[in-house]
Design a protein around this ligand. Structure first.
Ligand code: GLU
Length: 468
């Protein structure tokens, strides 16, 4: 069997984390079996669907690298096909025109509620052998209802939840086309899954209630049935439904906040799925492992710290030039001219960075003039230190400009002036970078380059630390 999966978002907002996880699982399953991954835009809700949301979804998928093999198909472009299937169902007697007005349907429901029954359509217009239907009201456009089986049950073996059985008595005769002829949601999904030969439907478990309805429609159409897997929703770390309160829920907020797509993918993979104890893995590995085993029945909790931890891992192993291209736009005030190369700075700073935004902020150290706090200068630059700095500057002129030689020369300066490491390293940091916290001083000095280091120290001493 050729595996065909789909991601079928409704373009009513951004691509949220739950949607991206569904897309990822569907994509990985297709990749695992060498199958086809389809993107289908379910845009029939005209009031809520927008082209901007379509774009946001496509951008999000693009950023994550979840490339589709077919599509995007748009439901609004398939209206002729739905009309044809509706006509065929009416002809086959698996659907019927219903002329009950909405107030009549509401009254039926009220009556059943009053009797303590489940509110549902009472079958007034449902054709049965030997039944005489009411006279058709003039000037009322009918809806089309699906003739749901009255007895029996619908069963499927959910790929996540295991066997699920729903009695047909629980299911109403679903409206599958509105009075203006436009098809409704569950009907379109069933027809699409059939036409697109979907073999596996992976989606959020908010759709579990739709599955028996879609299955019945597929049965009525004589269509092959896909397998269904309903993944539990993603909760916030407090166990509540994931919302803005828990941080960004839109996938495309993450690149802006300095996350790498591979970190997001790795993170999402583990929300409701596992492969042994593996926490860090590539998408090649994910695709080679993802065979629908080990999908979790319980809701996954979103943990921003873990995402940040993974992001740090991927930043550490990322190519410095790639990081530089991501970091640069986040440094609008940087003075790059004459300053150290950004990829070299990144190489020094990336170990500790959890986001590329943090990386950008820390990299600014190298791309602005230092403005050390005068109180700190007075505190750190004593007369002895001033002399030691002069010795160090002299040595700078002759050494070869490497981390190792810088260390040697700092150490010999310390010995000569009987100072401890911090007593020289801190003033050096202050004068050269304007701050006390920096990566290892030899590495920082090496990156700034001989001329700039000497200039900053001398200027600093001259102006009591203030570099102009
Ligand atoms: N369009 C639905 C949604 O965005 C998904 C439908 C499906 O996967 O069957 O929730």
């Amino acid at each position: 069997m050729k595996v065909r999966t789909r991601f079928a978002p409704s373009p009513t907002g951004y691509l949220h984390l739950g949607g991206a996880r569904t897309a990822l699982f569907s994509w990985a399953l297709a990749r695992h079996y060498g199958g086809t991954f389809i993107l289908r835009i379910e845009d029939t809700d005209l009031e809520r669907s927008t082209p901007a949301a379509v774009e946001a979804i496509i951008d999000g998928m693009e950023w994550l690298g979840l490339h589709h093999d077919e599509g995007p198909y748009y439901q609004m472009q398939r209206m002729d096909r739905y009309s044809a299937v509706l006509a065929a169902m009416l002809a086959a007697g698996t659907a019927y025109h219903c002329y009950s007005s909405s107030s009549e349907v509401e009254a039926m429901r009220e009556k059943q509620r009053a009797l303590g029954k489940k509110p549902r359509y009472d079958g007034t217009w449902r054709p049965e052998l030997g039944k005489i239907l009411p006279p058709i009201p003039t000037e009322r456009k009918p809806v089309i209802r699906f003739k749901n089986p009255l007895d029996g049950e619908v069963t499927w073996d959910d790929l996540v939840k295991g066997p699920i059985t729903i009695s047909n008595r629980e299911l109403d005769d679903l409206v599958i086309a509105r009075p203006d002829g436009t098809p409704t949601y569950n009907f379109c999904v069933a027809v699409d899954d059939w036409d697109m030969q979907i073999t596996h439907v992976i989606r959020g478990d908010d759709h579990v209630n739709n599955t028996p309805r879609q299955l019945n429609i597929l049965y009525a159409l004589g269509a092959p049935l896909p397998r269904y897997g309903h993944v539990p929703m993603i909760l916030g770390s407090d166990g509540e439904k994931l919302s803005k309160r828990h941080g960004a829920v839109s996938v495309m907020d993450y690149p802006a906040q300095g996350y790498l797509p591979e970190a997001m993918l790795n993170y999402l993979s583990r929300l409701g799925w596992s492969h042994g104890d593996d926490e860090v893995f590539s998408m090649e590995q994910m695709c080679s492992w993802f065979n629908l085993e080990h999908l979790s029945k319980s809701p996954a909790q979103f943990n921003p710290e873990k995402l940040a931890w993974l992001n740090n891992h991927y930043i550490r192993i990322a190519d410095n030039k790639r990081l530089a291209a991501l970091v640069k736009p986040a440094m609008p005030d940087a003075q790059f001219e004459g300053a150290p190369a950004l990829d070299a700075v990144i190489s020094l700073l990336k170990e500790r960075a959890h986001t590329t935004v943090e990386l950008a902020n820390n990299a600014m150290l190298f791309y602005r003039q230092p403005t050390p706090d005068p109180t700190l200068l007075t505190q750190h630059i004593t007369d002895t230190v001033r002399l030691a700095l002069e010795t160090f500057v002299e040595q700078c002129a002759t050494i070869s400009w490497t981390k190792e030689e810088l260390t040697t020369s700092i150490k010999s300066t310390l010995a000569h002036h009987k100072l401890k490491m911090a007593e020289l390293a801190m003033p050096l940091r202050l004068l050269v970078t304007g701050q006390l916290q920096t990566p290892s001083i030899d590495a920082v000095l090496e990156l700034f380059g001989r001329e700039e280091v000497v200039r900053r120290i001398l200027q600093g001493i001259k102006n009591n630390g203030k570099v102009t």
